[in-house]
Design a binder for this molecule. Structure first.
Ligand code: NAP
Length: 290
């Protein structure tokens, strides 16, 4: 029996997930089709309900449904419950399980370059779904401090509150958590002393409102800071280009994208993901769409 799996989101635009996931299924010889499921909000619940049939492996979920989809599955993996968003649904014999593989994807992207976030001062720039996953990954890795900065300050404060109150009712298990608006001087102050900054907004993304902008002034950064930009398209963003030119170590969005997809693939198939195949297919797809 041919099985189906796909990416739920809206708009899907030039998502490269279908390319590298299909390449992975083909590489292990599984008769599966990975499809792009671009759905309007009113169809998402019913569509997810339909993933309980035997021919469905599950789905990936992306913007803007990562939080809404959480309500439509039968059980949540612990990581997804903490983060408050899912990016992967697995059909377990008619019951749907929700996972968040963005956390593992981010952790793996850091590991690739040998960066250990234990004990670091980090800035998470953004407060949406991706920032949630990154903030939790840093809490679990025992960063010393995490400053969440967002255009809309109240959303940064909400994420800070959600993380700290979920843990020990205040101190997030020993991690110092702060929140500020992007135009608050405290945001620049945090950049000046950070060891790691993770950019989690669409600024600099192909097709976004601000494809040529950096989210913050690169010259404000601690010269030793590792710069991670979650934007995967283009491969080199204004932020990674400027930061690399200024001598920073940089990581673009592609490694995390492939790692989170590989973790989803492993959940659906219980097979070791063919990482080299997936990475090569992602790079080919990126060259075609950008
Ligand atoms: P989201 O939940 O919609 O959150 C968007 C975030 O970006 C919010 O903090 C929002 O701030 C901010 N933002 C949006 N437009 C902005 C602008 N023009 N200027 C400043 N801030 C702006 O989206 P998400 O899922 O977190 O995704 C965020 C980015 O991460 C996207 O570029 C996405 O492609 C990328 N991402 C990459 C990976 C990967 O594997 N590489 C995984 C997940 C996400 P407000 O609260 O002020 O609106």
């Amino acid at each position: 029996m041919s099985v189906r799996v796909g990416l739920i989101g809206h708009p899907l635009g030039h998502s490269i997930s279908p390319h590298f996931q299909q390449a992975a299924f083909d590489a292990i010889g599984l008769d599966a089709r990975y499809e792009a499921w671009d759905l309007p909000p009113e169809e998402v619940e019913e569509f997810i309900r339909g993933l309980r049939t035997p021919d469905a492996l599950g789905a990936n979920v992306t913007i803007p449904y990562k939080e809404a989809a959480l309500r439509y599955v039968d059980r949540l993996h612990e990581t997804a419950r903490f983060v408050g968003a899912i990016n992967t649904i697995v059909n377990e014999g008619g019951h749907l399980a929700g996972f968040n593989t963005d956390v593992a994807g981010f952790q793996a992207a850091l590991k690739d370059v040998g960066f250990d976030a234990r004990g670091v001062n980090a800035v998470v720039w953004g407060a949406g779904g991706a920032a949630r996953a990154v903030a939790w990954a840093l809490v679990w890795r025992k960063a010393t401090s995490i400053t969440i900065v967002n255009r809309t300050a109240v959303r940064a404060a909400r994420l800070r509150h959600d993380v700290s109150s979920t843990l020990t009712g205040g101190d997030a298990g020993g991690v110092r958590l702060r929140a500020s608006g992007a135009d608050d001087p405290a945001a620049i102050g945090a950049l000046q002393v950070c060891d790691l900054v993770v950019h989690c907004t669409p600024v600099g993304m192909h097709g976004s409102d601000e494809p040529d902008a950096t989210p913050f002034p690169v010259d404000a950064l601690n010269p030793r800071a590792l710069v991670v930009d979650l934007v995967a398209n283009p491969l080199q963003t204004p932020l990674t280009r400027e930061a690399a030119a200024a001598g920073h170590r940089v990581i673009g969005g592609l490694p995390m994208l492939v790692h989170q997809g590989a973790a989803s693939f492993e959940l659906w198939t219980r097979r070791v993901p063919p990482m080299a195949v997936m990475t090569a297919a992602a790079r080919r797809a990126m060259a075609e769409v950008s």
